[in-house]
Write a protein that binds this ligand. Structure first.
Ligand code: SF4
Length: 46
């Protein structure tokens, strides 16, 4: 997975507790993954 230049900034607002996820703080990959699986990333759940 390509390194994301926004990872540090994203980490400041990310609400997902699964920090060992390879998509953690790479929001585009995270959203794509959950969309393809019919779900939502942690930050979009209420
Ligand atoms: S919301 Fe899902 S894809 Fe995103 S970091 Fe957490 S576990 Fe990984």
């Amino acid at each position: 997975m390509a390194d994301c230049p926004n990872k540090e900034k994203n980490a400041q607002v990310c609400t997902c507790t699964y920090t060992s996820c390879p998509r953690h703080t790479v929001c585009c990959e995270c959203i794509r993954y959950h969309r393809e699986n019919g779900g939502l990333p942690a930050c979009l759940k209420k």
